[in-house]
Design a protein around this ligand. Structure first.
Ligand code: SME
Length: 154
């Protein structure tokens, strides 16, 4: 079981040093990538010029730009809803960045009620993300929203 309470404390500790959007996202990516088991990509996309642009991440090189409503990330943005996909091969429009990815979770991040970024985590294991992961990561996303200093573009 992942200790999400500890992850949340670590995110708060990062923000005490600097809550700068890029610095915080970079360290949260590293934290999630190295803490969560069976994960091959963890990172952020930020809304810029009406698309999602690749932000800080850990893992293989990834697609740089995702349109609203496209892929799992663009769907999380368009629907403003967490997407937990047990098998990416059955998700219509899934954007395959790393062919090893089998399951994926994407959580929208808000500023003043608007989605301004998403947190994306991929796993090589089907159905990697349980209800407990959805809950824990949703709390982590909420913590990020509470502490982050967004850039001028967000
Ligand atoms: N699979 C995502 C694209 C981003 S990569 O997983 C890092 C999607 O369908 O939106």
């Amino acid at each position: 079981m992942t200790d999400y309470a500890l992850i949340i404390k670590q995110i708060q500790a990062f923000a005490e040093v600097s809550a700068d959007c890029i610095a915080l996202m970079a360290n949260v990516s590293a934290l999630l990538y190295h803490t969560l088991k069976e994960v091959n990509w963890a990172g952020f996309y930020l809304v810029k010029n009406n698309a999602l642009l690749l932000g800080p991440f850990q893992g293989n090189i990834a697609c740089v730009r995702i349109e609203k409503g496209k892929g799992v990330c663009g769907t999380a943005w368009a629907e403003d809803a967490v997407q937990a996909v047990d098998d990416v091969h059955t998700f219509a429009g899934h954007i395959a960045c790393d062919s090893a990815s089998r399951s994926e979770i994407v959580l929208p991040l808000h500023r003043a009620g608007e989605v301004v970024a998403v947190l994306d985590i991929d796993s090589p294991v089907p159905a990697r993300f349980s209800a407990a992961d959805v809950q824990g990561l949703s709390q982590a996303a909420q913590t990020i929203e509470q502490v982050i200093e967004w850039g001028a573009e967000q």
